[in-house]
Design a protein. Sequence first.
Lengths: 111, 112
Amino acid sequence: ETGVTQSPTHLIKTRGQQVTLRCSSQSGHNTVSWYQQALGQGPQFIFQYYREEENGRGNFPPRFSGLQFPNYSSELNVNALELDDSALYLCASSLETYEQYFGPGTRLTVT
Amino acid sequence: DAKTTQPPSMDCAEGRAANLPCNHSTISGNEYVYWYRQIHSQGPQYIIHGLKNNETNEMASLIITEDRKSSTLILPHATLRDTAVYYCIVRGNMDSNYQLIWGAGTKLIIKP
């Protein structure tokens, strides 16, 4: 059984640029959730995708968007990057709304 | 906001049982208690969850009080690799309450 994988591991971008982060869900899972974790804080929910549709969203602006593909992998896109977007971005997959299993995260630094 | 309260930090001696408390006094009838842990800069790791009965798996035991207002995660024989931030989270398994809302967690330090 393959766990949740994320790419890239680390990324450095400049303010105003756009970024795409990728997530492959665990085998058998059909739901992907994305979280943002600032240094020293707990993760914050960005949104969730279920069967290729957004299934809920946290308090994040529209410049945070996502996609889920037929194989249940997912992308997180962030436009017009701001310095405060620097964080660890976590992807979690689950079967329906059951327990979520997390990937190792992508560390994004915006300069 | 998170619906749980945890102590910010705890120490435990290696080989001893680590007991991590969590208060969730506003938990509703269909909400589960989940525990995750996060080792420095890694993705959170699912540990265990329960509704009202005590639960045990290969990693830990979860003891939930009869009134469900608090719970304790027990790591029976703590090792140095158990040093991590432990998060207690309350959520439903229904479609309307899918997200995990995280508090600050408890930083558990296992000492040799």
